[in-house]
Design a protein around this ligand. Structure first.
Ligand code: NAD
Length: 478
């Protein structure tokens, strides 16, 4: 029995259908699984009015009460884990086991920010007698949030949790390809007692919605996760209105494998992690720089494990990798592989679309890929690994930094001096050693260079959703 939900917009605490709707497809079967209401201008007017009312109410709610609503919503989502995971797999394609983990991660984002809501401390600045300087943090206002399709539920959770914990209201445009994840987040908050207007969920034509929202004086923050090209466009629009932005954009993560590491363990971990979410993760390990003395062994182990990846419909047990999320990704990957081959790269395994139903693509490993190949510069966002030999750590760090991206980076070594050189030398917002995990609720996540700015998570996360106010209080008129 399908548990895919009936899709709605959510405005002013009410579920809404519209005159126009769009099909939602299952990427494993290409079958239509739902119809998504499309917001028109009048819906956006209502969402804005509702967010204004919601902000007036919510900013007055005590942090502990905001936290309790987030915690109750997280409990509900944990109870509904199976229903939400099934919907994610149907609309996105990832294996059910990964969808279940995504639901838990989304809940953890809620739980972390609930705690942070009660700890947005200000400070008192030492002063002369008779005067006090007090710094405190206030919610920034209405947030326009845009979440992508690669994590249909946990990505909306990040933005919604940040805004709600800080005392803001939010209009979230979640991804049209994968609306059910965001809908379940709204449903849990609705059931947990979130006042009307604090969260509004819309879908439609992305450019129309972002153009509409960013122009509004009442919108005080644009929070976007997606491609660097779209992020840059939205940042330019926001700059015209002096509206701050939180941009979580693309990555092209380097993995530096040093000669002292456990080669087999590092290669197996790389191959498994690369294929998670079919490589459609902004922190996905992508450009592997392996010391030449261990290169052959690493490559052979990696290729063998990548080729063994079980690909199929995510609902079937044992499947490790589902289809790509949409037809655009299949075309993009096919082009990148062809270009790399023409540039002289060796295709060690994969490289092709699988079958003629669904957006399946083979786990793909390229070796000895010249820097002139497009794939060494452009984010592949798919199950594609490029493995190249390097002669030294200095060379690896230089090549790691040679792209415009700086989101996640990884290193494998047991040498303290190598770790230190990587931490100091790699240009990235997140550097992970001996692990391919880059983002947890309690750690700040975000990029440098074209990967964006601002941080989500950690103690830093809520600062984006607040502004700092200094109060000077003289005890007598001076
Ligand atoms: P895309 O650039 O067309 O869209 C990326 C996201 O931005 C989508 O969610 C889309 O709905 C949204 N979007 C597009 N135009 C918009 C606009 N004018 N206003 C507001 N939102 C807009 O690319 P795509 O084909 O959907 O995805 C492929 C690329 O997106 C990948 O190469 C990857 O770099 C990037 N991406 C990144 C992440 C991430 O987590 N950083 C997630 C998904 C996609």
């Amino acid at each position: 029995m399908s548990t895919y939900p009936d899709l709605h917009l959510y405005i002013n605490g009410e579920w809404r259908k519209t005159a126009r709707d769009l099909p939602v497809l299952n990427p494993a079967t290409e079958e239509e699984i739902g119809r998504l209401p499309h917001a028109e201008k009048s819906d956006m007017d209502d969402a804005l009015e509702s967010a204004e009312k919601g902000f007036k109410v919510w900013r007055q709610v005590a942090p502990i009460d905001r936290a309790n609503i987030l915690l109750k919503a997280a409990r509900l989502m944990r109870e509904r884990q199976e229903e939400i995971a099934t919907a994610i797999t149907a609309e996105h394609g990832k294996p059910l086991s990964q969808a279940r983990l995504e639901v838990i991660r989304g809940c953890e984002f809620f739980e972390w920010d609930a705690g942070e809501a009660t700890r947005t401390y200000g400070r008192v600045i030492p002063s002369a007698p008779g005067v006090r300087y007090i710094v405190h943090h206030q919610p920034i206002g209405i947030v326009a949030g845009f979440s992508p399709w690669n994590f249909p539920m946990s990505q909306p959770c990040r933005k919604v949790a940040g805004a709600i914990a800080a005392g803001c209201s939010i209009i979230l445009k979640a991804a049209e390809e994968t609306p059910a994840g965001a809908l379940h987040v709204a449903r849990a908050l609705h059931d947990a007692g979130l006042p009307p207007g604090v969260l509004n969920l819309v879908f439609g034509t992305p450019a129309e919605i972002s153009d509409y929202l960013i122009k509004q004086d009442q919108v005080r923050l644009v929070a976007f996760t997606g491609s660097t090209a779209v992020g840059r466009h939205l940042t330019i629009l926001a700059a015209q209105h002096m509206t701050p932005v939180l941009m979580e954009l693309g990555g092209h993560a380097p993995v530096i494998v040093c000669e002292d590491t456990d080669v087999e363990a590092a290669a197996l971990s790389g191959a498994v992690r690369k294929m998670r979410n079919a490589g459609q993760v902004c922190t996905s390990p992508t450009r592997f720089f392996v010391h030449e003395s261990i290169f052959d062994e690493y490559l052979e182990t990696f290729v063998r494990r990548a080729a063994e990846t079980v690909v199929g419909n995510g609902v079937n047990s044992g499947v490790e990798m589902g289809p790509l999320a949409n037809e655009r990704r299949v075309e993009a990957l096919t082009d990148l592989v062809e270009d790399a081959r023409a540039s002289g790269a060796e295709v060690m395994t994969g490289g092709n679309k699988i079958g003629d139903k669904g957006y399946f693509f083979e786990p793909t490993v390229l070796a000895n890929v010249p820097d002139t190949a497009r794939v060494m510069q452009e984010e592949p966002f798919g199950p594609l690994a490029m493995i190249n030999p390097v002669g030294s750590l200095d060379e690896a760090i230089e090549r790691a930094n040679s792209v415009p991206y700086g989101l996640a980076a990884y290193g494998f070594t047991n040498r303290a001096d190598y770790v230190d050189r990587m931490i100091e030398g790699i240009e990235a917002g997140n550097v992970s050693i001996n692990t391919l995990e880059a983002s947890l609720p309690e750690t700040p996540f975000g990029g440098v260079k074209s990967s964006g700015y601002g941080r989500e998570g950690g103690t830093e996360g809520l600062h984006n959703y607040m502004f700092t106010k200094n109060v000077s209080h003289s005890l007598s008129i001076d």
